[in-house]
Design a protein. Structure first.
Length: 190
């Protein structure tokens, strides 16, 4: 009797372990998407420069660092695109896309996306703290101790390493603000 009971327990143990292993593999499949995978999942009309831009013969991925969740895309357009992947504690992803366009000066359109029901959804208003141009200009003048200092435009620099986004004056490169990924959200730290 004891041999049968031990055999049944061993079989049940193996079955339970198999179920957990299958669940872990399924979770890992979801987690295996990298920054480029998520970028390619963006809808074609998501940004000024859609993910389809990668199909253009003049566009190239200048920096592809999937280990750190970072891309830099350059091409036959004035500017560049930076893409950074952030992970929540539960493993879900937030993808930031910074489209830097240049004319007389450079500026960034920053958007945040997350996967909702199998599709990438724009969650910029929920995820990125709002800083007005007036606030940026006033902080720039205050930091420089010059009420006449002109900030022509600003760019968001997405992190290749770490979790801090920098907002810099385009002309001088001066760091105006930093936004850090903390506890599954972006917060202004400087």
């Amino acid at each position: 009797m004891k041999k049968i009971d031990i055999s049944i327990l061993a079989i049940m143990f193996v079955l339970v372990c198999s179920v957990f292993a299958v669940q872990a593999q399924t979770k890992n499949k979801k987690d295996k998407l990298n920054v480029l995978d998520y970028y390619k999942l963006l809808p074609a009309n998501a940004n000024l420069l859609s993910p389809n831009i990668l199909d253009d013969e003049y566009t190239k991925i200048a920096v592809k660092d999937t280990k750190n969740g970072y891309l830099k895309i350059e091409g036959a357009f004035e500017g560049w695109i930076e893409v950074a992947l952030f992970r929540k504690k539960n493993g879900s992803a937030i993808l930031l896309v910074g489209e830097n366009s240049c004319g007389p000066a450079c500026g960034t359109e920053l958007n945040a996306y997350k996967m909702v029901n199998g599709k990438m959804e724009n969650v910029t208003n929920k995820m990125i703290p709002t800083i007005s141009e007036d606030e940026l200009r006033e902080k720039f003048r205050r930091d420089r101790n010059d009420s006449n200092a002109e900030m022509i435009s600003y760019i968001f620099e997405l992190p290749r390493y770490g979790t801090t986004i920098k907002i810099n004056d385009d002309d001088t490169g001066y760091l105006i603000y930093e936004i850090k990924w903390e506890n599954d959200k972006f917060v202004i730290i400087r």
